[in-house]
Design a protein. Structure first.
Length: 346
């Protein structure tokens, strides 16, 4: 009698597009494991990510606004959940492997720093080898989770995590070597951009950093003036344009893609680099720089059980430790280390 996993794999084979990545066709894991009777390999990856400590910490990591007081601002956790929802919708419509897309989406930001891209910029300056959050995400799943054992994810999920969208990079990279090896990975890459340009804009409007009439008409005429309209336009466009190419690759039409680029440029100019945001980012950079330099001098507090030898390994241990901090933990630690403590006189 076939296991539930084997039955699921048969369903995938009969229903998914020929260009979809079937679970049974995975290139496997770095360390071989016995197959699960209930879940496919990609379902197991998704579950491992959700149950990881790094995933839970995302709820206290900045998306755009540092330590926001309002209850409705996005965090890094809500971001990956929104990316996952968009990716699953697109994957389902295109008859791609929804489980693979979901696993990549949920894991793509596990290596993000506290204080968003301000934290990433500081670590890139201080760590001799530089710092990229997508590379750090791979370190998290390969080496740092489960006390150094890692999550032992499949090749396809790791590839998607390592090749998701990167700041101001192209939505669809021209070079094949820069694209994920699966269409599901490309779906997550494009879903990441769809998610953040829309929810960052929504949060900026909520915070009063920009006003609704600040949005260029050239953008809103193409992709819509409301949050739901913009997401619907982008998602349906990706599905329609990708089907035109019979799923040779995942793409947007030229006009929608250009509108997304313009919206992203608008966000960089008016939101990410705005005076209000940069003022707080400057404080965040100061805090993380102080923490990094402190732990270089007190490596035993950062390394944990790791046996650290030499300057390069010290920097790597400190980088891993600081990158894994939440905003709240970084603030609390800075206060404990560098600010005078109140004394209670009995």
């Amino acid at each position: 009698m076939k296991t539930i996993r084997e039955q699921t794999e048969e369903i995938e084979k009969s229903l998914l597009h020929p260009n979809a990545c079937l679970s049974r066709s995975s290139k496997g894991r770095q360390k071989s494991e016995k197959e699960d009777n209930l879940r496919t390999c990609f379902q197991r990856d998704r579950d491992r990510i959700i149950h990881s400590k790094s995933f839970r910490r995302l709820k206290h990591k900045t998306q755009v606004f540092l330590a926001p007081q309002g209850d409705h601002y996005r965090t890094r956790l809500t971001h990956v959940l929104e990316v996952s929802q968009i990716a699953r919708t697109i994957a389902r419509a295109l008859r791609l492997n929804e489980d693979l897309a979901e696993a990549i989406a949920l894991g793509h930001d596990l290596g993000h720093t506290p204080f968003g891209h301000a934290g990433e910029a500081v670590l890139n300056e201080l760590h001799p080898g530089g710092f990229d959050h997508y590379k750090q995400s791979l370190r998290v799943v390969d080496l740092l989770e489960k006390n150094g054992k890692g999550l032992n994810l499949t090749f396809e999920v790791r590839d998607g995590i390592g090749k998701h969208s990167k700041g101001i990079g192209a939505i669809v990279p021209k070079g094949v070597e820069d694209r994920p090896c699966t269409l599901e990975g490309s779906v997550v890459r494009i879903s990441d951009i769809i998610a953040y340009v829309n929810h960052d804009l929504d949060d900026a409007l909520r915070a009063g950093v920009i006003k609704r009439n600040d949005l260029p008409l050239k953008i809103t005429k193409i992709i819509g003036g409301s949050y739901s309209k913009r997401i619907n336009t982008m998602v349906t466009n990706v599905v329609a344009e990708s089907l035109k190419k019979d799923l040779a690759y995942i793409k947007m039409s030229g006009d929608v893609e250009n509108a997304v680029y313009r919206l992203r440029d608008f966000l960089f100019e008016r939101v990410y680099y705005s005076e209000a945001i940069m003022k707080e980012f400057k404080k965040a950079r100061f805090i993380l720089r102080a923490l990094y330099e402190h732990y270089l001098e007190h490596i035993e507090d950062a390394a944990g059980n790791r046996h650290v030898k030499g300057t390069a390994e010290k920097h790597l241990a400190v980088c891993d430790f600081v990158a894994g901090m939440t905003d709240s933990f970084a603030l609390m630690t800075y206060e404990r280390l560098f600010l005078p403590q109140q004394w209670t006189v009995l």
